[in-house]
Structure formats: structure tokens, C-alpha cells
Write a protein that binds this ligand. Structure first.
Ligand code: HEC
Ligand code: HEC
Ligand code: HEC
Ligand code: HEC
Length: 468
């Protein structure tokens, strides 16, 4: 490989943590499918007005600090899981590493990373309202997700209080899948107040990427959806819906970022961080294949392109949720590509109107009842496109791989596969994840990826036509 800057590997994105195991014990067939959407979005905990008291308030033995799951209802080992296995507990410590020091230096921070809001906003619970001796060192702690506990800490354990009453007292609705997606994405994509712009990536920050269902599993989740969970009035969501909602919210937030002047202030529109990194960062010897998606989208070689992996996923999702909405999305995607890559149209309006459209699809996904057939339709649509070599761009391949996990997972929950088939399916998925594990050189491995897609297709859909 040549040594020019744009030929460098963007970042070593070897992430075994993206992986997960397919089989899960809970049968999703039994879930209720009607979810009432709250009238207005609740504020992300960090910005909420309730005071944050700190992780130590939750860590006690009889509360959430048990070493093993002992509680009959809530398992009481949440703090232990978080502290021992969850990267969020280490997020502040990351700011003390040499890598962070170097990012801070390159980015030109005035203060060390661990004292800069630019980093603390995501790597800790930098709550606007917090007790005086609040420990930022605890990283992304309980209240960063569950909300400042000032009003609910004392009462939330009472068996006479309902989940709704706790929410009214400021507990963040983490069980609501849309609110959950908004919460995670506020740090994993950024929001109007905190954002990893291309300048920070250039300074050495790793590329951000997100997929709600996989990230929840790899975090790992410190809750168990069982009958008791449902009886307490909490919402449970099948993997495929979590995936679909996560994609839709991500697309909406990306469009929001496109239209936000604060996140587009480095002189070029749009901010490079929302683009597909690999349209710029690749070796000149590694030309994009003419059969790639670039053609149909009107984004010719030589033009940077929006990271549209989420849009692509949403298109497949709508095939299962509401097929009649797919032409409008397709038209919207073409327009936003023309706006970004060719400066066509009133760019802010194009982004806004697509954002509105996507926002209207979210309640449809929330109330969607994912049955085997529509899930298979989505899987076919996604895999066929991949087999037609349309995922030559790394972000789409990466997202397609984890999407197939969620689809398979939910299908298995509805009608369990035989052990032998599950084993084969897991090995196809493993191959998909292996092929997409590293961004660098993905073009060279795309045939591996397509083979693994064919393998997943035979096992999932059973057509048998395409395989190893
Ligand atoms: C306050 C910001 C914040 C919120 C909210 C947040 N995260 Fe994170 N998350 C981070 C940071 C920062 C890291 C990186 C920690 C490190 O390694 O230093 C991270 C890391 C992770 C990782 C590990 C990624 C890897 O490469 O292994 C997973 C998984 C994850 N988050 C899932 C989630 C999920 C799921 C949600 C929503 C329920 C969520 N996060 C909400 C900030 C946040
Ligand atoms: C918008 C939120 C956000 C901001 C702002 C942010 N980060 Fe991060 N950072 C993340 C997330 C999320 C991850 C984990 C990415 C993943 O693995 O998916 C991460 C990962 C990292 C990692 C790699 C950690 C690992 O375990 O490999 C370093 C180092 C880092 N951030 C340093 C910084 C520094 C230094 C700053 C300030 C200059 C900063 N970050 C600002 C969200 C943010
Ligand atoms: C990155 C976000 C995040 C962080 C940090 C986090 N949680 Fe959670 N937590 C969730 C999500 C998402 C759920 C699942 C939805 C729900 O049940 O509300 C959850 C669920 C729970 C539950 C409900 C279990 C049940 O059976 O009802 C408890 C208790 C809990 N968390 C405690 C904690 C404690 C204690 C900490 C800190 C040590 C913590 N959480 C940190 C996101 C987070
Ligand atoms: C529109 C083209 C374009 C896109 C899209 C783009 N970059 Fe860049 N990137 C550049 C340019 C130009 C530089 C600066 C090169 C220099 O400093 O000489 C750069 C520099 C970098 C550097 C520093 C490299 C070094 O050797 O110092 C990193 C890391 C980086 N980009 C990561 C990313 C990531 C991650 C993405 C996707 C989220 C991305 N870039 C998207 C054009 C782009």
C-alpha cells in the first residue's frame, strides 16, 4: 500500500466485541406488540433537570451490587455486570490513556482529555445537574442512562409503585425502544451538543458505528426479559424490531445532523463524519467496482458519498413493515445523495423532508408485529441485494452482517431451528462477521462476504439455490 495519508488504514477496527452468540433463551413469540408512544420525547438524562447522585448510590449489596443474580424480580447484580464487563464503566479511564492524550493534543484541546467537556460529555456522565462530590471517574454510570435519581432513588424499589410512577419521577424510559435508541445514539452517533467531527477522527478518535440490537447484547445487557419484567409493565422488544427501530432512529438523527449548522461548521458541507469514510479513504489501486451501488445512486466515482448504510437497511425494513412506503424512501435517498454528492436542490430542505418521512415510519415499526413471513421477506431482500454485489461499500456490508443476526435471532425465537441448522447458521453468521471485521482491505474480501451471504441465505430461507 502507498503511504499517502488517504491511503492509510483509517483505524484498526478489529472488534471482536461486535460479535455475539445467536441462541437466546427467551421466546419472543409471547411479547405484547402494542406500545404506546409517549407524547413527547424525554430529555436525555445528561441534560435533564433532575439531580444526579452518582453510581455509589446504586452499588450496594442489597440493591444492585450482588455478585450473582439473586433477586426474584430485578436480579440485583446490575452494578457487578456493569463494573466487570461493560465498557461504559471504563469510559473515563480511556481518557487517561496515551491514545487519548494524543487525540487531545492533535485536536488542540486546551485542557487534558479527562477535564474537557468535549470528551467527558460521552466518556462520563457529565450531567448538568449533579451533586457536588459527583465522581466523573465512574464513567458512563447508571444515571447516564437511567436518569438523575434525585426523585426516584428512594421510592423506585417500593412494590406499590408502578413503572409509570417511576418514569413520572424522572426515571428514563430505557425500556421504550425508541427512547433507548435515542439515548444510545446521543453518544454513539452524537447529538446537537456533542459530536465526533471529522477533525476529531483525524486527531485519532476511532470511527463511530452503532447497531442497537448487537450493541445491547455485547454491552452486555444487565437485565433479563422474563414474565416478571413484563408484569411490571415494562416493554420488551424482539431483536428484529430493536434492529429496525435502531436503524430508523439512526437515519433520522443522521439527517438531523446534516441539517444542523453547528455540526457543519468546518467549512465544507456536509461535515465529513457523516459521509462514508471509504469513499475518500482507500488506495488508488483499489478502485470501486463499477457494479457497486454508486451507479444507481447517481454518485459517480470521485464524489464523496453519504454513509447511507442505515438508509439501505431502512429500505429493507420497510419491505417487511410497509412495502407501500418503499418508493418514497427510495426517491428520498436519491435526492439526499444528489444533495450531498452534487450539491443539488435546497440541501437543508431535502434533509428536513426526508427526516420527516423517516420519523413517520418509526411508529409503524414500533407497532409492527414481526411474523416469520415478513421477516423472511426482509432477509431475502437484504441478502439478494448483497448477492448482487451491491454492498461493496464497507459500512453497508458491516450493517448487513449484524442485521442478518437479528433477523435469524427473531426467526429462531418464533419457530426454533433444529440444532443442526442453528449450528450451520451460526457458522455462516460467523463467516459474515469475519469478512466484515476489519474495514481495511474489505474490497479484497468482498467475495468472502458474498459467499457467507449465500450460506446465510440457504440456511435462513432454505432456498438452497445459493450456497457454499
Ligand atoms: C453517555 C454516553 C453514552 C451512552 C448514553 C451510551 N454509550 Fe455506549 N459507549 C460510550 C462510550 C464513550 C464508549 C466507549 C468506552 C471506552 O471504551 O472507553 C461506549 C461503548 C459501548 C460499547 C462497547 C463497544 C465496543 O467497541 O466494544 C457498547 C456495546 C455500547 N457502548 C453500547 C451502548 C448501548 C446499547 C447504549 C444504549 C442503551 C449505550 N451504549 C449508551 C458512551 C455511551
Ligand atoms: C459523541 C460522543 C463522543 C465524544 C464527544 C468522544 N467520544 Fe471517544 N468514544 C465514543 C464512543 C461511542 C466510543 C466507542 C466506539 C465503539 O467502539 O463503537 C469511543 C471510543 C474512544 C476511544 C477508544 C476506546 C477503546 O476502548 O478502544 C478513545 C481513545 C476515545 N474514545 C477518546 C476520546 C477523547 C480523547 C475524546 C475527546 C477529545 C472523545 N473520545 C470524545 C464517543 C465519544
Ligand atoms: C448504557 C446505558 C445503561 C447504563 C450505563 C446502565 N443501564 Fe441499566 N439498563 C439499561 C437498559 C437499556 C435497560 C433495559 C431496559 C429497562 O429495563 O428499562 C436497563 C435495565 C436496568 C434494570 C432493570 C432490570 C429489570 O429487571 O427491570 C436495572 C435494575 C438496571 N438497569 C440497573 C442499572 C444500574 C444499577 C446501573 C449502574 C451500575 C445501570 N443500570 C447502568 C441501560 C443502562
Ligand atoms: C470527503 C473525503 C473524506 C471523508 C468522507 C472522510 N475523510 Fe478522513 N480525511 C480526509 C482528508 C482530506 C484528510 C486529511 C488528510 C491530511 O491531513 O493530509 C483526512 C484525514 C483523516 C484521518 C487522519 C489520517 C492521518 O494519517 O493523519 C483520519 C483518521 C480520518 N480522516 C478518518 C476518517 C473517518 C473515520 C471517516 C468517516 C467517518 C473519514 N475520515 C471520512 C478526507 C475524508
Amino acid at each position: 500500500m502507498q503511504s499517502g495519508v488517504l491511503h492509510k488504514q483509517v483505524d484498526s477496527v478489529v472488534q471482536p466485541r461486535w460479535r455475539r452468540i445467536l441462541v437466546r433463551s427467551f421466546a419472543f413469540g409471547a411479547l405484547s406488540t402494542t406500545i404506546a408512544l409517549p407524547a413527547s420525547a424525554q430529555e436525555i438524562p445528561q441534560y435533564g433537570r433532575d439531580r444526579h447522585l452518582g453510581v455509589r448510590e446504586c452499588a450496594g449489596g442489597p440493591c444492585h451490587g450482588s455478585a450473582t443474580p439473586v433477586g426474584e424480580r430485578v436480579k440485583e447484580n446490575e452494578h457487578t455486570i456493569w463494573l466487570r464487563r461493560d465498557r461504559h464503566a471504563q469510559a473515563y479511564k480511556t481518557l487517561l490513556t496515551d491514545r487519548s492524550k494524543s487525540i487531545a493534543r492533535n485536536y488542540g484541546l486546551k485542557k487534558p482529555a479527562e477535564q474537557s467537556d468535549e470528551c467527558l460529555d460521552c466518556h462520563s456522565n457529565n450531567a448538568v445537574n449533579r451533586v457536588e462530590d459527583f465522581r466523573l471517574e465512574d464513567g458512563v454510570g447508571c444515571e447516564a442512562c437511567h436518569g438523575g435519581s434525585e426523585r426516584w432513588l428512594k421510592t423506585h424499589t417500593s412494590s406499590t409503585r408502578t413503572h409509570q410512577q417511576n418514569l413520572d419521577d424522572g426515571l428514563y424510559p430505557t425500556d421504550d425502544p425508541v427512547r433507548r435508541a435515542e439515548l444510545c445514539l446521543s453518544c454513539h452517533l452524537g447529538d446537537e451538543k456533542k459530536f465526533v467531527r471529522h477533525r476529531m477522527l483525524g486527531a485519532g478518535h476511532p470511527r463511530l458505528r452503532f447497531e442497537l440490537d448487537s450493541y445491547q447484547v455485547t454491552q452486555p445487557a444487565h437485565f433479563t426479559v422474563d414474565n416478571d419484567y413484563l408484569e411490571r409493565g415494562k416493554v420488551a422488544t424482539e431483536p428484529v424490531k430493536l434492529w429496525a427501530i435502531g436503524q430508523a432512529v439512526q437515519v433520522r438523527e443522521l439527517l438531523e445532523a446534516l441539517g444542523d449548522p453547528k455540526r457543519n461548521q468546518d467549512g465544507i458541507w456536509p461535515e465529513f463524519a457523516v459521509l462514508d469514510c471509504y469513499t475518500c479513504h482507500h488506495s488508488m489501486e483499489e478502485t470501486r467496482r463499477p457494479s457497486g451501488r454508486g451507479r444507481g445512486l447517481g454518485t459517480d466515482p470521485g464524489t464523496p458519498r453519504l454513509n447511507d448504510s442505515g438508509f439501505l437497511m431502512l429500505r429493507h425494513i420497510l419491505v417487511g413493515v410497509d412495502k407501500s412506503a418503499t418508493p418514497e424512501l427510495r426517491a428520498g435517498i436519491l435526492k439526499i445523495h444528489a444533495a450531498v454528492s452534487k450539491s443539488q436542490g435546497n440541501r437543508a430542505n431535502v434533509a428536513k423532508s426526508l427526516e420527516r418521512f423517516v420519523d413517520l415510519q418509526i411508529p409503524k415499526i414500533v407497532t409492527w408485529n414481526p411474523e416469520a413471513d415478513p421477516i423472511r421477506d426482509i432477509a431475502v431482500s437484504l441478502i439478494e441485494e448483497g448477492l448482487a454485489q451491491q454492498y461493496n461499500d464497507y459500512p453497508s456490508a458491516e450493517q448487513a452482517a449484524v442485521a442478518i443476526q437479528s433477523l435469524a435471532d427473531t426467526l429462531n425465537g418464533i419457530r426454533p431451528f433444529s440444532d443442526a441448522r442453528l449450528r450451520r447458521l451460526n457458522s455462516c453468521i460467523d463467516a459474515l462477521l469475519r469478512a466484515t471485521q476489519e474495514d481495511d482491505g474489505f474490497q479484497r474480501r468482498s467475495s468472502q462476504f458474498v459467499r457467507a451471504l449465500g450460506c446465510a441465505r440457504s440456511e435462513l430461507i432454505g432456498s438452497g439455490g445459493v450456497g457454499e
